[in-house]
Design a protein around this ligand. Sequence first.
Ligand code: ATP
Ligand code: HMH
Length: 272
Amino acid sequence: MRKALTIAGSDSGGGAGIQADLKTFQELEVFGMSAVTAVTAQNTVGVHAVYPMTAEAVAKQIEAIGEDMGADAVKTGMLFSAEIIETVSDYLKKYRWRNVVIDPVMIAKGGAPLLQQEAIFAMKHYLLPLAEVITPNIPEAEVLTGMKIQTLEDKRQAAVRLCDLGVRNVVIKGGHDENETTSTDLFFDGNEFHTFTSKRIHTKNTHGTGCTFSAVITAELAKGSTVFDAVSIAKDFIQAAIEDGISIGNGHGPTNHWAYGKRKFIRELAKS
Ligand SMILES: Nc1ncnc2c1ncn2[C@@H]1O[C@H](COP(=O)(O)OP(=O)(O)OP(=O)(O)O)[C@@H](O)[C@H]1O
Ligand SMILES: Cc1ncc(CO)c(N)n1
C-alpha cells in the first residue's frame, strides 16, 4: 500500500483543500494522510473565515506521520504563513521525503487570500528548492516569477524561471486562460517543454480543480509513475472530474472525484 501525505488547509465545503486531496488519493488507491495548516469556513460561494493552526500544531502532525508511517509522496496546498512554510520546509528536509509536489495556493476562486503576502519570500526561498514538481496557476506563476503571463511563450519563460529557483519540474496550469476554447497546461522538466491540452468545459463547477490536479500527481508519484506520466494522468482525471462536475451549492460547485475511476471501470467492463 503506497502512502501520500497532504499538508494543506481544510475546506468545510469538501471540494478543495485537504478534503479534495484525500478523496483523490482514495480514488487512486493510495493511502491518504494529512497535516492541517488552517481550518477554513468555506462553501461553493466563498471563504467566510480562516483559522490558521500554530506552526507547532503543524509540526506535531507531520512528526506523527514521519516518526511512524512515512510517506511515498507529499503535497502541500494552502500554507498561509511564512512560519508554517518554514516549519514544513524543515520537516521535508528532516524526513528526506522525495516526490514533493508544491501547489503554491495563494487566492481562492472568490478572491479570498489563502497565503499572507509576506510569506511569498519563504515560499520561494525555503520551499521551492525542495519541490519535485510545482503546479502554479497563471496568477501564482506571475507572483513567483514577477512576470506577466499572456502567451504560451510567456508560460515557457516563467517555467524556466521557476526551475532557476530550484524546482525540478513545473506545470503552469491553464485554467485561468478564460478566452481560450481549450485549457492548456505547460509542462517543463528542466530540459524539454510539453503541452497538455484539453477542451475547455463551460461550467461554474470548478471549485478545487487545482487541489485535485496536484493530488493526482502526488498519488501517481507515490505509486512510482514518472513525473510526465503523473501529469498526464492528472490532466485526464481533472478533465473527467470537471465534465461530470457536481451542481451543489449556489456558487462554484465541486468537481467529481469519482468520475475518472467510474469511466475506467465502465471501459474495463465493456472489454470483458
Ligand atoms: N474550464 C475548464 N475546462 C477544462 N479544464 C480546466 C478548466 N478549468 C481548469 N481546468 C484544468 O484544471 C486544472 C487546474 O487548473 P486551474 O488553473 O483551474 O487551477 P487553480 O486555479 O489552481 O484551481 P483552484 O484554485 O480552484 O483549486 C488544469 O489542468 C486546468 O487545465
Ligand atoms: C483550503 C483550501 N485550499 C485551497 C483552495 C484553492 O482551491 C481552497 N479554496 N481552499
